[in-house]
Design a protein around this ligand. Structure first.
Ligand SMILES: O=C(O)CNC(=O)[C@H](CS)NC(=O)CCC(=O)C(=O)O
Length: 275
């Protein structure tokens, strides 16, 4: 399998982002990709809830979902839409929802981000994701034919039990589409991704938002980039750096069983009491 990781700088204008990603999917497919992965909130990076209320849609009417399903079908690729910000969450909030689209353009799986980034990153940088988005509560493992894929989103990366649950349920690949903050990205991103891959014996594919996101509304925001693909042994197979673009990686799924045979930690959990 050949995967393409799309690294982009989404704005808060969904139509503009859709056009760019459609072109990149065509390009990735032309280069032989059979799985294409986009980052978290592909359709809209914004922390302005009033603006989001105007431009975000319910899943059934969302033009980004419609357009990207059509792209997957046209080019015959599996497509991980890392996430879309959509209307329709509990208490009038949005949802941060990941989609796996099959090569016929059908929705094979959806996953709502479970862990909300309610964090003060520094004195000047605070996030309150749960004020805008309602969290999900269900882990999702999708079947891609020759591989099983566990779906996670961004801040979920810091909760290893979710990844362990997915791996024990049979995941070969874990997706970690992200819009990581530049500050925490520099400190933690690669270490967390490699740890999740090593602990689970899964490939980890992390498509990331990068750079300075322009907004018509509200202040601009910096994301870390460095979309990463990590092998089940913890090697970084690709690092997209900070520019936007397409990164292609070949997968050998035998690496999953090889890594787990060398270190079978996934089968060595013990029930513990205390402390
Ligand atoms: O709000 C949106 O537009 C979409 N959601 C995000 O960008 C989310 C919540 S603000 N970002 C993260 O989870 C970053 C996590 C992170 O940076 C870390 O764990 O260090």
């Amino acid at each position: 399998m050949k995967a393409a990781v799309l690294q982009i700088t989404s704005s808060d204008n969904p139509a503009e982002n859709l056009e760019l990603v459609e072109r990149m999917i065509a390009d990735a497919a032309a280069q032989g990709a059979t799985l294409v992965c986009t980052p978290e909130v592909t359709n809209c990076v914004s922390m302005n809830r009033a603006h989001q209320s105007k431009v975000l849609n319910h899943q059934d009417e969302d033009p980004t979902l419609k357009g990207l399903r059509e792209s997957a079908r046209e080019h015959g690729v599996w497509l991980s839409i890392g996430s879309l910000a959509l209307q329709g969450g509990a208490d009038g909030r949005f949802v941060n929802r990941s989609f796996l689209i099959n090569p016929s353009g059908e929705i094979a799986a959806t996953y709502d981000k479970i862990h909300m980034f309610d964090v003060q990153v520094s004195e000047t940088e605070t996030y309150a994701e749960s004020s805008g988005y309602a969290p999900g509560s269900r882990a999702v493992l999708a079947d891609m034919g020759d591989a099983k894929i566990g779906l996670t989103i961004c801040y979920d990366l810091r909760f290893p039990h979710l990844h362990r649950t997915l791996a024990k349920a049979g995941a070969d690949i874990i997706l970690a589409p992200s819009a990581f903050s530049a500050v925490t990205g520099a400190a933690h991103w690669e270490t967390l991704l490699r740890a999740r891959a090593i602990e689970t014996g899964c490939f980890v594919i992390a498509a990331a938002q990068t750079g300075t996101h322009s907004t018509q509304s509200g202040k601009s925001r910096q994301t870390y980039g460095h979309s990463l693909v990590v092998s089940p042994w913890g090697e970084v197979l690709a690092d997209a750096g900070s520019a936007s673009g397409i990164t292609l990686v070949d997968f050998d799924f035998n690496e999953v069983s090889k890594a787990r045979k060398r270190i079978p930690a996934l089968t060595h959990d013990r029930v513990i009491s205390g402390p």
